[in-house]
Design a protein around this ligand. Sequence first.
Ligand code: SAM
Ligand code: SF4
Length: 329
Amino acid sequence: MLDPFGRSISYLRVSVTDRCDFRCVYCMAEDMTFLPKAQVLSLEELDRVCSAFVGLGVRKLRLTGGEPLVRRNIMSLVRNLGRHLTSGALDELTLTTNGSQLARYAGELHAAGVRRINVSLDTLDAAKFTAITRWGKLDQVMAGIDAAKAAGIKIKINAVALKDVNEAEFDSMIAWSGEQGHDLTIIEVMPMGEIGEQRIDQYLPLSMVRARLARRWTLEDIDYRTGGPARYVRVRETGGRLGFITPLTHNFCESCNRVRLTCTGTLYMCLGQEDAADLRAPLRASESDDKLVAAIHEAIQRKPRGHDFIIDRRHNRPAVSRHMSVTGG
Ligand code: SAM
Ligand code: SF4
């Protein structure tokens, strides 16, 4: 699948639920209204859409959310999608998780073919962790991370940079990730959805974070790429990899290879734009995938050049109205 700018679309991210057991301050308001269950695709329907994308050349699938591991029976979807790894049609099946359910599922994930996951963790301080996630418990997430590591799954920690909240913690997170053998990626907060707080108060440009880290650590540029937007350095002192995702200070859209499906079957061709295509109607219109495949092709032809995220005093409104939990980050 080639988009109008010649980018090959080989990566599908699927938000399998918009629900979550945490309420991270930068992601959700505390009193979120979730989608009515009737609008949500069944696990069988999600499998059909994912498999259609695999048939069209998608090589990497990421399940996300909301929290993917709180969706009931989610492991049946993971196991079923694992067949595309076995057949060689898919290179990678992975997920992004808050880690709260990992202790329970790590073994099954590995058995289904999952070899790498992203775990979101913004601090190693238990009180701060609860302040950021509102409902989360650090111990539970740490136990999940340990279980995943023990099961043989490689872990990348994703931390969102939050002004005055965790900016002093990246040193300890770099040291801990290095010791544990986890990659670490720091992400700029993006202006998505009303969260009941001012984005400008959360926004911390990574150019500043990097400059500060460079005083303490030796950051060596490396070519390592995962097919995502992160730019990596090697931290000489720990030997670990450190990534920076900078949608605001450095736009990465020119190499975008991905599209995003919500749990209701809406396809977003760009994280930072409102345009979307409904795949649920063509999916449900017939048992054959012809209409679905045609709708996917039509949508890819509408993939925009890029997003227009800005956070400053004059642009203190969400760039898009939906929350990150809808399209899964
Ligand atoms: N619940 C899972 C988790 O937290 O990993 C998966 C979904 S979550 C929406 C995916 C990623 O998006 C997380 O790493 C989270 O920190 C990040 N995220 C959420 N809201 C964000 C925002 N406004 N700006 C930047 N990253 C955000
Ligand atoms: Fe839930 Fe992930 Fe959003 Fe936090 S970032 S509220 S864990 S979906």
